[in-house]
Write a protein of this length. Structure first.
Lengths: 158, 394
């Protein structure tokens, strides 16, 4: 294998590691750890298409500072007591200099306090990354949902 | 020993029998006596902006099509083919020049007229009259840009049904083009009336961490906002002058940019139209809640965000962000409300505590129960049942 090919594989693995870490930190409700995966100017968004109004819909769009403020108060809200498990399947990564884009399929399984598990959300992460000091961070982290009825609603990122 | 079945020592208007939220018979009767008889909000007119734009909805268990016809008028029809009763339209929304039933391909014009029958010669022997086989129409009318339908031909006009309460929101809703910029829906594990309660009584604001910061009047003795009661069970609350919400306390900047006509900065007006529509206007956004009762403990709720159609891109972006931070499915308030009413209904269904208390009298401050009492008096009038004793035969 050439050095270039090896480097590409390592970079791809590094991106996939960020995506897997994202899932694990959300499952653990480690919001500080989740935010640490974002570049300083990064944005997070939840989107879906609404056939009812025939338009794309954005349900959460915030920069890192806003996320910090909101998530710091998340514990003060009356929240869904369910436990979440993110299942992520990275599909592809494309590189361009110190930037990368990635597509990941994801499913969130929710387990309620009685121990019943069900699919909570299905969708795709459409992400862009930037490299900083040798590590990859989210530039934009976008959850594009197939699910349009989120039940119960969420005070946490998906 | 304390019993949960002992009626509270209160006037009969000041408490409810919780079985109005859980009883199957009452739920079935509500569909006939309320949902099939009153005007019900179905969508905003901007959702049907162009000729041929259509939207399908369910009302009282009946499937409807709403469509803007070539004459510009929005009409409503039952979404059922006259041939063999298949659904004519299967999409949530779209644009069409005609409707064709997917099953046997009968076609209908946007005015509902039957325009085509497959292999018509097959009916020559019985002289089938196509002109009498159009889609069945339903009453449809618009007030302040809000599209309503009514399944009953006997009910009064929409204008008479809604009455003067609409004056409170006419200017923000009617003087500039608006558009729906947000939509989501969910099936709540709760009775539909509990969601309207949640939209009507203000003391549950204390549930919300954010409202404890942004609405100090909730815990104060008086408020610049006052309850307003109207005929037919409609009610609202708004102030006559002072701003009522300190959005900045929640960390929102420029929350009033793009303010709707007639609204003051940081103002909030809420009107609740019997039985199931809430119009909640903050300075630059309108939230519209619509309900589709499915079972005593199951309700589809649709949430719309409405705002000025033509605003600069940065204003549109900020408005959307502010709206969703409060009222989106990942918002800070709406999820708390849903958790509350679902838990409340599940607890009511155990029938341990049979009565709900609606006894606050606070000179029409928003935390007064007058509006909720008036709502249930209207419910009782239409149902022929006393809300405090709905299953009594006498």
């Amino acid at each position: 294998m050439s050095n270039e090919a090896l480097t590409a594989l390592l970079e791809e693995a590094a991106i996939f590691a960020v995506i897997r870490t994202t899932a694990a930190r959300l499952d653990d409700e480690d919001m500080e750890g989740w935010l640490a995966l974002f570049a300083p100017e990064a944005r997070y968004e939840i989107k879906t298409y609404g056939p009812e109004i025939r338009a794309d819909m954005s349900w959460w769009n915030a920069d890192r500072k806003e996320l910090e403020n909101i998530l710091a108060e998340a514990k003060l809200h009356v929240r869904d007591p369910g436990k979440r498990l993110h299942l992520v399947t990275p599909i592809c990564v494309k590189f361009s200099s110190d930037l990368a884009t990635a597509l990941t399929h994801f499913t969130i399984i929710r387990t309620d306090p009685d121990g019943n598990s069900s699919v909570y959300v299905a969708g795709r992460y459409e992400d862009s990354f930037e490299k900083c000091d040798g590590s990859w961070f989210y530039k934009t982290h976008t959850a594009v949902l197939d699910t349009r009825k989120i039940e119960p609603f969420t005070h946490l990122p998906l | 020993m304390i019993s949960g079945y002992e009626p509270p020592a209160l006037p009969k208007t000041h408490f409810l029998d919780n079985r109005i939220f859980t009883d199957e018979t009452i739920f079935a009767q509500e569909k006939e006596e309320i949902y099939q008889r009153v005007w019900l909000f179905v969508c905003h007119e901007s959702e049907l902006a162009a000729q041929g734009d259509f939207r399908t909805v369910s009302v009282a268990g009946k499937p409807l099509i709403l469509v803007r016809a070539p004459d510009g008028i929005i009409r409503a029809f039952y979404n059922v083919c006259r041939h063999r009763a298949a659904p004519v339209v299967r999409e949530e929304a779209g644009n069409a020049s005609e409707f064709q039933c997917f099953y046997h391909l009968w076609t209908y014009g946007l005015d509902g007229a039957c325009t085509g029958i497959t292999k018509p010669s097959g009916y020559d022997a019985v002289q089938l009259d196509r002109s009498k086989l159009g889609l069945i129409s339903v009453r449809c009318d618009i007030i302040a840009g809000l599209v309503f339908v009514c399944l009953s031909p006997e009910t009064e006009s929409l204008e008479d049904y809604i009455g003067p309460i609409i004056d409170a929101v006419h200017e923000p809703l009617s003087t500039a083009p608006l558009k729906v910029f947000h939509y989501n829906k969910a099936e709540l594990g709760a009775n539909w009336k509990l969601w309207q309660d949640n939209n009507s009584e203000r003391y549950h604001s204390l549930l919300h961490f954010i409202n404890r910061k942004t609405q100090p009047w909730v815990i104060a003795k008086t408020s610049p906002m006052k309850l307003r009661l109207f005929d037919n069970g409609h009610s609202g609350y708004w102030s006559d002058g002072e701003a009522t919400v300190t959005y900045e306390a929640a960390g929102y900047k420029d929350a009033s940019v793009g303010t709707l006509p007639g609204m003051r900065d940081n103002e909030m007006r809420v009107i609740n139209i019997f039985p199931d529509l809430m119009i909640n206007i903050r300075a630059n956004v309108v939230r519209l809640d619509r309900m589709v009762p499915i079972a005593p403990g199951k309700t589809l709720v649709e949430w719309r965000g409405l705002g000025l159609a033509h605003v600069p891109e940065d204003v549109e972006r900020d408005r959307l962000r502010h709206h969703n931070m409060f009222w989106g499915p990942a918002g800070r308030n709406l999820g708390e409300d849903v958790i509350a009413v679902e838990a409340q209904w599940a607890s009511m269904a155990t029938d341990v505590v049979r009565y709900s208390i609606l006894a606050r009298e606070e000179n029409l401050n928003p935390t007064d129960d007058s509006n909720v009492r008036a709502y249930y008096q209207e419910w009782g009038r239409r149902m022929g049942r006393a809300p405090h004793a709905p299953l009594n035969s006498s």
